[in-house]
Design a protein around this ligand. Structure first.
Ligand code: PLP
Length: 496
């Protein structure tokens, strides 16, 4: 007999899909104000005593809420933040994840293949990013995003750099707690040395007990604040004996998309870290994807600036940005499985064991969550459907569009390309920073651009003045088509 639930799901799923596929490249990126107002007014403030039932609920979602959701992910010209979209295979896979609702916490090979798929997806990603072999990163796992991965990175780094002072004592941060372990180790302070650190690094520092004040910016110069000053790093490492350090490499910096290190810096940092017992964490949320680009000359600079990132102890990668899988997905890679197990192992939970012979580690002992979503499947689907070449071409399209726009603002009499108009276009990855030369126009530039409905950008500040930050990150980008639109918008908003 047909299951009525299935019939319900089939009908509603199709209406939901239709509501979304009705949107196309001509649909305004942001919802109408009237749709937003209508949706807000429709939200109940108290729980109904009797449920309205699934049909009425879905019909409310379709008629009130969906029209008030934006089309950022569906648009090739949504350049706000770094948001990416969803590759078709990834989006379809995500629906399977919801429908079958697997719990990927313990590796139970007789119960489901989910943990094997997760492991496979992580292996494919190591391969795509040229990070060596999966065996180099035994502490690999999926997270909710780059913030989650940065928390894991600082938690592992903290465990290791304090632990380096406690060898043979049996004391660890995991067991004794941060205060107890630091006291036993004679550590007065843990610091994070970075340049152009993302705001989530400060949040992560707060979460793991290092604190915002523990994050130290060591910019190479005022002109290139995103670059890490290696001499300053060395001075910090050799300074106060009561201080231990985690080095966080920003690959790349969120306003400019530029990189903290180049090909020669990473080996130098590695030897410094080894000598002084520091930990290297790479925040490569979006920037590490420069390593995916085709091997042509246009990308030599980016390849040099992302060379050597594999020398880190731990790495943050975002899934829902450049990889173009649905929210929320991030990845964490760590070289030291004992550190992950120390920090994240579930002690005394025999019922969570997966057997001694298991080839795949249980995710719950590597990362933060116990029960968690099967967010590996959309990543697996994206990687399989695109392959190395598809991924390379996708990222190359993003860079291609960003460079065309950078060239336009650089050569335009109405705009200034930031931070350095004399920079080479080859330094551009996916972010373009600029401002209007006319101060009045510049004050309203973000609003004017976004009011066009044809593209969307984020506002930021650079050297104390307003600036526009444009980030290309959607798989749907078509360089010629989208550049023509952007050029037309940027030309018209300065005239208004
Ligand atoms: C976006 C971003 C983050 C935070 O990522 P979420 O996925 O939003 O948690 C961290 N670091 C960098 C460099 C980023 O670009």
């Amino acid at each position: 007999m047909a299951d009525p639930t299935n019939a319900f799901l089939q009908t509603t799923y199709h209406s939901l899909r239709r509501a979304v596929t009705a949107r196309d490249s001509t649909t305004p990126i942001l919802p109408e104000t009237s749709s937003l107002d209508k949706a807000r007014a429709s939200l109940p403030t108290t729980l109904p005593p009797t449920g309205i039932g699934p049909e009425a609920t879905l019909s409310h979602i379709l008629s009130d809420i969906v029209p008030a959701l934006n089309s950022a992910s569906l648009s090739s010209r949504y350049f706000g933040f770094v948001t990416g979209g969803s590759l078709p295979a990834a989006e379809a896979a995500d629906n399977v994840v919801s429908a079958l609702d697997q719990n990927v916490q313990v590796h139970l090979p007789d119960d489901a293949v989910a943990t094997d798929v997760e492991d496979s997806a992580l292996r494919l990603l190591v391969d795509l990013l040229g990070l060596g072999t999966a065996e180099d990163w035994p502490g690999r796992t999926f997270t909710t995003g780059a913030t989650g991965s940065n928390v894991l990175g600082l938690a592992c780094g903290r465990e290791a750099v304090v632990g380096n002072r406690l060898a043979g004592t049996g004391v660890t941060v995991a067991k004794a707690g941060l205060l107890g372990a630091c006291r036993a180790a004679g550590v007065e302070r843990i610091q994070v040395l970075t340049s152009g650190g993302h705001s989530s690094l400060l949040k992560a520092a707060s979460v793991v007990g290092i604190g915002h004040d523990g994050v130290k910016e060591l910019p190479l110069s005022k002109e290139e604040p995103w670059r890490l000053d290696l001499d300053a790093v060395e001075r910090e490492l050799t300074g106060d004996g009561g201080v231990v350090s985690i080095i966080c490499v920003s690959a790349g910096e969120v306003n400019t998309g530029r990189y903290a290190t180049n090909a020669l810096d990473m080996p130098k940092l590695r030897s410094l870290a080894d000598k002084y017992g520091a930990w290297i964490h790479v925040d490569g949320a979006f920037g590490i994807f420069a390593r995916v680009l085709p091997g042509s000359e246009d990308f030599l600079t980016l390849r040099a600036q992302t060379a050597g990132l594999e020398l880190a102890d731990s790495v943050t990668v975002d899934g829902h940005k450049i990889l173009n899988v649905p929210y929320d997905t991030g990845v964490f890679f760590c070289r030291h499985p004992t550190i992950n197990a120390q920090v994240f192992g579930n002690p005394n939970a025999a019922y969570l064991a997966s057997g001694k012979t298991a080839r795949i580690q249980s995710p719950l002992n590597i990362g933060l969550e116990n029960s968690r979503r099967f967010r590996a499947l959309p990543v697996y689907a994206a990687l399989l459907s695109e392959g190395r070449t598809g991924m390379a071409q996708m990222v190359a399209r993003m860079v291609g569009l960003a460079r065309r726009i950078a060239e336009f603002v650089r050569d335009s009499p109405d705009y200034d390309w930031l931070p350095d108009a004399s920079a080479s276009l080859e330094s551009v990855f996916i972010i373009v920073l600029f401002r209007a030369r006319d101060k009045t126009v510049n004050e309203e530039l973000v609003q004017r651009i976004n009011a066009s409905g044809r593209m969307y950008v984020s506002g930021t500040a650079w050297n104390g003045e307003k600036a526009v930050r444009l980030a290309v990150s959607n798989w749907r980008v078509d360089v010629e088509r989208d550049f023509a639109e952007v050029q037309s918008v940027l030309e018209s908003v300065v005239k208004a």
